[in-house]
Design a binder for this molecule. Structure first.
Ligand SMILES: [Zn+2]
Ligand SMILES: [Zn+2]
Length: 122
């Protein structure tokens, strides 16, 4: 395995060179850990990136790749899930928290979006 090139530490004012993947020298490894934690707990920031993919997989697995939409739950219908849906839409203040996510069948998703785009009758 070739060695990574040495790079300067990313901590302010630190000029130490290192080969760490986290971008910080040994002395600043704590900062790197801190930043990784902050990144992992940051919610609702940016979709489509790696964290979202992982979250999506996690939700799919939790819901056993079955649709958990209101219709399917109400009718106890078993449908394959294709995507992950926000229970409370991001536009309505929902988050990317797993508690606000569920696996959904693409037809159910389409129907739900259609229902939402029409004036909602209750
Ligand atoms: Zn450093
Ligand atoms: Zn469904």
């Amino acid at each position: 395995m070739p060695l990574r090139p040495q790079r300067p530490c990313r901590a302010q004012g630190c000029r130490a060179l290192h080969r760490n993947a986290n971008g910080y020298c040994e002395g600043h490894a704590e900062i790197a850990a801190e930043q990784a934690k902050a990144w992992a707990t940051r919610k609702g920031s940016g979709r489509g990136g790696r964290p979202w993919r992982r979250l999506r997989d996690q939700v799919m697995k939790r819901d056993q790749y079955l649709c958990r939409c209101d219709e399917c739950i109400r009718l106890a219908r078993v449908r394959e899930a294709h995507e992950v849906d926000h229970i409370v839409a991001l536009a309505h203040g929902g988050t990317d928290d797993p508690a606000n996510l569920r696996a959904i069948n693409c037809d159910c998703h389409k129907a739900k979006s259609q229902r939402e785009s029409k004036s909602i009758k209750k």
